[in-house]
Design a protein around this ligand. Structure first.
Ligand code: IMP
Ligand code: MG
Length: 431
């Protein structure tokens, strides 16, 4: 990793998700012993290219593609056991020995089929106020957790009690579904049978992630805490209510695996060299028609989980400066620089203008944000392929100027630059 003494590092998305965290985790996983996810669930979609193979992981940390790495899901994750085993079995089928290397916190809440049913029914009932969720049941699973009616992995130990919990949950969801315009109902017997059929396999992977990580750090090992989604989708710090239902920011990392915040040494913020967002909600620097199509095509900007086209826009330094502060970023990883290779010139939002005033910070008030017009700075493009650059000096001068300006505006040093999807297309910035 960057610093020899840096033992525990958080990787966090610092825009609206899809920044390329999977790729950065994959690059860094080489140097660590344990990779743990701390929040979210199978709404995440991490795409990793190894050789000519593409892997899309939703529930299992991307670190799994490195042999011998221990991969954990912390208590902060909402855990979809069927999705998890499906991914695990698919990895095994592709020759990756994964089963013995995974562990899931016994304190993690189970995300079951009725959460997905409820997610979709709720979203449909929102009409024009929809959030654009991934339909993976994330919001409802966190709702149950906070309402103290969730079922945790460890709860499966007591089979009779778990069965009772499941039946109560089914009845509760059915009661709510009746109030909505849907014929969907939860079949309690099927729910129980399905989950109990994998109970033993589940209990076998249950661990105390906080303890495992604590012991690893004590033994001098290195740990990577892998975030999903991005800072602007954080339930507290994001563009509420157009957010996911967890704390995606670095503060959630210690909490979501069960260690103290003093154990974290570095926080690396992953950002795209431009901006994307999938789903509803504000995106101040969103492109107009022609550029929208062009960048979406160049960047392959379609959701890894839902296939939805992503909305694209210019790099917004107001957003990333805010994310740098909220996350306490120590370094940046800038991804997909190569996507901008053919553009004549580039714009960077440096501030917003709203209600006759200049705003240099990201507002918490969505009404104010809706009226905000980005103030842009224009930089010349480099019109050269960056795909083969492996050192900072290999980059065209205008690309370096662009990156230097991003770093200055976000008040954060750039540690990594990614110039393509492949594992080797990465620059470790040594300055
Ligand atoms: P949910 O997490 O499925 O509840 O979706 C809430 C919002 O977060 C929606 O706008 C989703 O598009 C967005 N979202 C959730 N997961 C991801 C992700 O991994 N990448 C990008 N956006 C995401
Ligand atoms: Mg993604």
């Amino acid at each position: 990793m960057r610093d020899r003494n840096s033992q525990c590092v958080v990787i966090v998305g610092s825009q609206w998700g899809d920044e390329g965290k999977g790729k950065i985790v994959d690059v860094l996983a080489d140097q660590v012993d344990v990779v743990a996810r701390y929040q979210g669930g199978s709404n995440a979609g991490h795409t990793v290219h190894v050789g000519s193979e593409e892997f899309i992981l939703h529930q299992i940390p991307s670190g799994i593609l490195h042999p011998r790495r221990r991969c954990l899901l912390g208590n902060g994750v909402v855990f979809d056991p069927f999705q998890f085993f499906q991914e695990l079995d698919a990895l095994t089928a592709r020759g990756i020995d994964a089963e013995g290397r995974v562990g899931v916190s016994g304190r993690a809440h189970l995300l079951l089929s009725y959460h997905k049913t409820w997610d979709r029914a709720q979203e449909a009932s929102r009409g024009s106020g929809k959030i654009g969720t991934t339909g993976r049941g994330i919001g409802p699973a966190y709702e149950d957790k906070v309402a103290r009616q969730g079922i945790r992995l460890a709860d499966l130990r007591d089979r009779a009690r778990a069965e009772e919990q499941l039946r109560r949950a089914a009845a509760r969801v059915n009661q709510r579904l009746e109030l909505l315009d849907t014929d969907e109902r939860v079949d309690a017997d099927a729910l129980v049978d399905e989950l109990m059929s994998i109970r033993d396999r589940l209990l076998a992977i249950s661990v105390d992630t906080g303890r495992v990580i604590h012991d690893a750090l004590k033994a001098g090992q290195r740990v990577l805490l892998e975030g999903a989604q991005g800072a602007l989708l954080d339930v507290d710090h994001g563009t509420y209510p157009y957010v996911t239902s967890s704390n995606t920011t670095a503060g959630g990392a210690a909490l979501g695996v069960g260690i103290g915040p003093t154990r974290v040494d570095d926080v690396i913020g992953v950002v795209k060299a431009y901006t994307t967002r999938v789903g509803e909600g504000p995106l101040p620097t969103e492109f107009m028609d022609e550029l929208q199509e062009r960048v979406r095509t160049l960047g392959g900007e379609y959701g890894a989980t839902t296939g939805r086209p992503r909305r694209c826009g210019w790099f917004d330094s107001v957003v990333v400066r805010y994310a740098a502060r909220v996350n306490g970023l120590t370094g940046l990883a800038v991804t997909k620089l190569d996507v901008l290779d053919t553009l004549d010139e580039l714009q960077i939002a440096v501030s917003y203008r709203a209600e006759g005033e200049e705003l240099d910070d990201f507002p918490g008030d969505l009404g104010l944000l809706a009226t905000a017009e980005p103030v842009y700075e224009t930089l010349p493009g480099w019109k050269t392929s960056t795909a083969d650059a492996r050192r900072w000096e290999d980059l065209p001068e205008n690309a370096r100027r662009y990156l230097d300006r991003l770093s200055e505006l976000t008040e954060t040093p750039i540690w990594y630059v990614s110039v393509g999807t492949r594992r080797d297309q990465i620059i470790h910035v040594e300055r």
